[in-house]
Design a protein around this ligand. Structure first.
Ligand SMILES: Cc1cc2nc3c(=O)[nH]c(=O)nc-3n(C[C@H](O)[C@H](O)[C@H](O)COP(=O)(O)OP(=O)(O)OC[C@H]3O[C@@H](n4cnc5c(N)ncnc54)[C@H](O)[C@@H]3O)c2cc1C
Length: 384
């Protein structure tokens, strides 16, 4: 039976869901708020795990294409002390395909290829239980009804309100992202420091991580403990010796504030900030660990909309696996659609709950008053 299915959001969750339904010849409407695929920078690199994201790609029939595009060498990881001493220098074995990296833009294009996404269709509200099914209202005033509406609309999901009153809360840790271009030619010393994969430096209550993307692009993530409004009074909150509040859009003010925050760290590490081109402020929010809801017929959630957790390498993986599993279940279901969705939710909640606990504890240890905690996390998860 062909159900009227809409997925709200064209991120990893929504696109994987749609792509697997497409593989099963099941129609699906993909509704995305962005006006075009390249309306925003796609973001950094993602490592797709062999038991999570890669399973999803296999279900979508895209594993071979992923392997051709992805960067197994990007799994390399170097850890430095704040004085620049190399503490760990881990290289993947040849043919190690456990967690290869792929640029988000490449992954999006891979998933997107045959899909007919409706761009510029921001959803404002989802109302279950109407006579014709689940009503979806759009920012442009239009409305449509479906048998199943899948909320894959990320951290600040509009669909979530139809099933749950939960909202994300601040973790106490903020991330500021910057990037470097053409690192091999413009900053060869930094290129060597970063290597083929990532370099991470952990100090007390702060960390810096730089990750190589394809084409000589590098993303740098400064993570630090701070109140949500730290930038309104950086001196009081972080001792940055700055009288005025910090304008988050002022690139030079952000750069000098971060350099002050990481003052005393090795010069090559600070160069990652010194050469950064723009600074994006991303306070880290999460949903409550083990977020669940009383099942609502005709509506469900996937990915960050269901279980926003700290960005420690699993969010997109889970989002994709859930998308693939729900699509497969819906496409092959012989019984009641709603029972299929209910069973999927139970499975999603159990797995996501475990990962939410792991990543919440991981974030606390990676941005800890005691930097040896971060090294211990690395040693626990990284095969020697
Ligand atoms: C800095 C950083 C690094 C990360 N690194 C990793 C990593 O290495 N590995 C990993 O697995 N995860 C990583 N994550 C987490 C990962 O990015 C997310 O978990 C993942 O993107 C979630 O996918 P999603 O499809 O659920 O949501 P999103 O990627 O947020 O996609 C949601 C989509 O919905 C659209 N949308 C939103 N609202 C509406 C609306 N009202 N109407 C229509 N469309 C809407 C948005 O435009 C967007 O396209 C990282 C996160 C961050 C912040």
């Amino acid at each position: 039976m062909r159900h009227r299915i809409a997925v709200i959001g064209g991120g990893p969750a929504g696109l994987t869901f749609a792509r697997v339904l497409h593989r099963h010849d099941h129609p699906v409407t993909v509704l995305e708020r962005d006006p075009a695929p390249d309306a925003r920078p796609p973001g950094g690199t993602l490592d797709l795990h062999e038991n999570l994201g890669q399973v999803a790609l296999d279900k979508a029939g895209l594993l071979a294409e992923f392997q051709a595009l992805s960067r197994p060498e990007g799994q390399a990881m170097r850890i430095l002390d704040t004085d620049g001493t190399v503490l760990r220098d881990w290289q993947p074995r040849p043919n190690d395909l456990a967690n290869p990296e792929i640029d988000r833009g490449q992954l999006r294009d891979l998933l997107l290829a045959p899909l007919d996404v409706q761009w510029g269709r921001g959803v404002t509200e989802v109302q279950p239980g109407t006579r014709n099914g689940v009503l979806v209202r759009f920012a442009d005033g239009r409305q449509e009804t479906y048998d199943l509406v899948v909320g894959a609309d990320g951290a600040w999901s509009r669909v979530r309100r139809a099933v749950s009153s939960a909202t994300p809360h601040y973790t106490g840790i903020t991330l500021v992202e910057t990037s470097l271009d053409d690192v091999d030619t413009r900053h060869p010393d930094l290129a060597r420091l970063i290597g083929d994969g990532s370099v991470a430096v952990y100090g007390a209550n702060r960390a810096l991580v730089a990750q190589r993307n394809s084409g000589g692009h590098v993303k740098v993530y400064a993570r630090f403990r701070a109140p949500l409004d730290w930038h309104t009074d950086p001196d009081r909150h972080l001792g940055l010796n700055r009288r005025a509040g910090l304008d988050l859009a002022d690139v030079e003010a952000m750069r000098s504030s971060l350099l002050a925050l990481y003052d005393g760290w090795a010069a090559p590490v600070l160069d990652l900030l010194r050469h950064g081109t723009a600074f994006v402020h991303r306070p880290l929010h999460v949903l409550p660990v083990s977020h669940t809801w009383a099942h609502v017929p005709g509506v469900t959630l996937l990915g960050d909309a269901a279980h926003l957790m700290p960005p420690l390498g699993v969010g997109a993986n889970l989002a994709m696996l859930e998308g693939a599993e729900l699509a497969e279940a819906v496409a092959t279901a012989t019984g009641d659609l709603d029972e299929t969705v209910r069973a999927f939710e139970e499975q999603m909640w159990a797995r996501a709950g475990r990962w939410a606990e792991i990543t919440a504890a991981g974030l606390e240890r990676l941005v800890s008053p005691d930097p040896t905690e971060a090294l211990a996390v690395f040693d626990e998860v990284q095969p020697s």
